[in-house]
Design a protein around this ligand. Structure first.
Ligand SMILES: [Zn+2]
Length: 372
């Protein structure tokens, strides 16, 4: 990317508006990417916040549900207790009516005794003291009955009070349950709302993600197009351009890594005549015609790789081997210093360099006297 930008910057200096426009479009995509990225980050932050809120509400719902269950248990217990008190009250009522009945009989007996009159009682009694004794015993029994009745009544009102209390407690629990259920519904509906919101954010997240992917694809396509354009424009620029005034074949690169003559061949590992000179340079560096002439060969040539050969007016032929690209075609007239190839590593080669030869009458010769 950085490389492409550098190339673009250089090109925009040369070609002006075209590449400034491309650069602006590039920036537009980057700006869009950044904005979508920001939105995505914000979306995810919001989702995290919502998740934590939903968890809190979930916890609350469970708590309330626990409370409702507890209240239900209490109400059930109270119902049991109320049932027990009702049975108790019923028993007491039975007991009371029995006692009242017994008391009534006794009181009636006493009344009858009284209505019979003293004389009759006295006459029927063996003695006056018996009579009074009888009355006394009856009175005692009546008093006892009354005492029991009073106690039963007291018990009854106590149990009734207890029942009332229990009913009150039950009412309280039922009210509590109603408010708990209401609260639970509210929390549940809050939770549902947040969950709906989260689903919306998830959809938005998907859309943003898709948008980012689309922008990335757009940027990649743009980059590929620009790279192609800049490569094409460099070729166009080099094609036919005279970029050197001297006769050295690789302007800016003067080191010779392997001279003309006998040497140990680095790949074949045997003593061999080196038919030219090797000038190392980065792949893509232009090589130029060392003199004006006509291209007589342009194409792959066995271990030479991509090769250009130029016939010069004075009977010499120059040869340029191991190239990455060839910028001229057979029959083309070239000027001294004109770019003819882009250096590479094709054919039998151990790294990007130009293998340069001079041939006279088809025989290689030391090229050094003819260049420089
Ligand atoms: Zn060589």
């Amino acid at each position: 990317m950085k490389k492409i930008l550098t190339v673009l910057t250089v090109c925009s200096l040369v070609f002006g508006t075209t590449y400034i426009y491309a650069d602006t479009e590039d920036k537009n995509i980057e700006t869009k990417q950044k904005s979508v990225d920001d939105k995505l980050n914000k979306n995810r932050e919001e989702q995290t916040t919502l998740e934590s809120k939903i968890r809190d509400l979930d916890f609350k719902v469970k708590e309330i549900e626990g409370n409702i269950k507890e209240t239900n248990d209490k109400i059930e217990n109270l119902n049991g207790e109320i049932e027990t008190t009702k049975v108790e009250i019923e028993k007491l009522n039975e007991n009371i009516s029995k006692n009242e009945e017994a008391l009534g009989k006794r009181l009636k007996a006493i009344n009858n005794n009284y209505s019979m009159g003293y004389i009759k009682v006295i006459l029927s009694s063996t003695s006056i003291s018996d009579f009074f004794n009888n009355i006394y015993v009856v009175k005692q029994v009546v008093e006892q009955d009354q005492k029991i009745l009073k106690e039963l009544d007291e018990n009854k009102s106590e149990v009734e009070k207890k029942e009332k209390d229990l009913n009150y407690k039950k009412k309280m629990q039922e009210d509590l349950k109603i408010s708990l259920v209401e609260n639970n519904e509210k929390v549940q509906s809050d939770k549902n709302e947040l969950e709906a919101l989260k689903r919306e954010l998830e959809t938005e997240e998907d859309n943003l993600q898709n948008e980012l992917e689309k922008l990335a694809a757009e940027a990649a396509a743009k980059q590929a197009q620009e790279a192609q354009q800049s490569a094409a424009s460099i070729d166009e620029n080099l094609n036919g351009a005279i970029i050197s005034s001297g006769s050295w074949p690789v302007p800016g690169h003067t080191r010779i890594s392997s001279p003309y003559g006998y040497r140990l061949h680095p790949v074949l590992n045997v003593q061999k005549i080196h038919t030219g000179i090797d000038i190392p340079a980065p792949k893509g560096t232009p090589a130029v015609a060392t003199d004006s002439g006509t291209v007589i060969y342009s194409g792959p040539k066995g271990s030479y790789g991509n090769t250009v050969m130029i016939q010069h007016d004075n009977g010499r032929v120059s040869l340029y081997a191991h190239n990455d690209q060839l910028l001229v075609s057979v029959g083309q007239k070239v000027q001294k210093g004109q770019a003819v190839t882009k250096i590479g590593n094709t054919g039998r080669s151990t790294g990007p360099h130009l293998h340069f030869e001079i041939r006279i009458n088809g025989k290689h010769t030391n090229p050094m006297p003819y260049i420089g």
